[in-house]
Ligand binder design. Structure first.
Ligand code: IPM
Ligand code: MG
Length: 389
């Protein structure tokens, strides 16, 4: 390594430190959650995304519009379609989120977002940051809440994944110090940890969940994970009725497969990357990532999405119309709950249980052996109509 290489890496690191320090201060200065039920008008942004995104998002928006029809005609809710969050557009302007799209998103309160293609080195797209990750940061959506339920197996889990820090905070801005030496950075802030831990414990308290598991790898990643673990446990101390336990991510990953042990888990709070990985594993017990919704929650904004990707292969093979909207529909139910429409959220979840598991009059297979996304959406709306009759 030359002195110049070292200085250049240090200069880069110095910029990151300043940015993260500013971010930490901004979090500490933040006001409380916006109460969406008190707004004169709530704006729901609808962003189709890439691949199968527009298909499954349009269908989920249709179901939401059905459930919110009264609010829309009373002028209390407005749906706003936001175009332009496509990989072609993002590549053309070299930004994870084009400026006009970000400005439009910021005029909404909550967003229903289809999956977006994440460029990776060698795939032909410029190597820009993931639109998901960029949106979570730009709107400060610090909590990623991902429920997984398999009642017959005793599985009732809710993951609270920290969504703006950890390995993701500057995940696209590591440094190649030399051809031989690459460094990435992991970030943990005190207030960033406290706010996600508080949300997890508040959820546990409000929903009668008796256990919160704090997950980390603090035995090895001692500084950042160590901070996360200690502060999360400290917050846990404010909730004496809830049992806090600590798990390292490796053994927790194993225990989720242990049929006897896994029934004991309820709420998890964990750093970003571990949460990313383990929620895909967890969703698999429920029928795969196609069945699980994801809420990205901040104090001012919230965004709801599928936990899976944009499935470009389905589009290439001409199968987009057979895409499964269930993950987005679960996300839509989370959106309803988040804006205080809890009855509608419960109805949608019940309708989905009927359509996906109990009745299965129409089945989605991802190809022409099953029904289309549109037909499945109509099936869900028909089921809702019966439930509401
Ligand atoms: C998720 C996804 C994203 C993530 C990708 C698409 C960047 O896997 O929402 O879990 O890593 O967070
Ligand atoms: Mg993931």
């Amino acid at each position: 390594m030359t002195e110049a290489q070292k200085q250049s890496a240090l200069a880069h690191f110095s910029v990151l430190i300043d940015e993260q320090d500013a971010r930490a201060q901004a979090i500490a200065a933040q006001s409380d959650f916006v109460d969406y039920t008190k707004l004169d008008k709530l704006i729901i942004g609808v962003c189709g995304g890439d691949g199968i995104g527009p298909t499954i998002t349009a269908e989920s928006a249709r179901v939401l519009e059905y459930l919110l029809a009264e609010d829309v005609s009373a002028g209390k809710v407005e749906f706003r379609v936001i175009d332009g969050l496509t990989i072609e557009n993002r590549a053309a302007c070299g930004k994870a989120i084009p400026d006009d799209v970000l400005a439009a998103l910021k005029e909404c309160h909550v967003i229903l977002k289809g999956p977006t293609t994440t460029p990776q080195a060698g795939d032909g797209w410029p190597n820009i940051e993931s639109a998901n990750v960029a949106m979570r940061k730009a709107l400060d959506l610090f909590a990623n809440m991902r429920p997984v339920r398999v009642p017959e197996a005793g599985i009732d889990w809710t993951f609270f994944r920290e969504n703006t820090e950890g390995a993701y905070a500057v995940g696209s801005r590591g440094v190649n110090v030399t051809d031989e030496l690459a460094l990435d950075f992991v970030v943990t802030t005190s207030e960033g940890t406290r706010r996600i831990a508080r949300l997890a414990y508040e959820f546990a308290r409000a929903n009668g969940k008796e256990r919160v598991s704090v997950v980390s790898k603090a035995n090895v990643i001692k500084t950042t994970d160590g901070k996360f673990l200690n502060l999360a446990k400290e917050i846990g101390g404010e909730y004496p009725e809830i049992t806090t336990d600590e798990w390292y991510i490796d053994i927790l990953t194993a225990k989720l497969i242990d049929e006897k042990r896994r029934r004991d888990f309820r709420v998890f709070v964990l750093p970003n990357l571990y949460g990313d990985i383990i929620t895909d594993e967890a969703a698999e017990f429920q029928g795969g990532v196609g069945t699980a919704g994801s809420a990205n929650i901040g104090k001012r904004y919230a965004m709801f999405e599928a936990i899976h990707g944009s499935a470009p292969r389905m589009v290439r093979e001409g199968r987009a119309q057979y895409a499964d909207p269930c993950s987005m529909l679960r996300a839509a139910a989370m959106l309803l709950a988040h804006i205080g429409r809890t009855a509608g959220a419960a109805q949608l979840n019940e309708a989905l249980d009927i359509c996906m598991t109990h009745e299965r009059k129409l089945v989605i297979t991802g190809r022409d052996s099953g029904c289309t996304c549109r037909e499945f959406g109509a099936y869900v709306c028909g089921t809702l109509e019966k439930l509401r009759a």
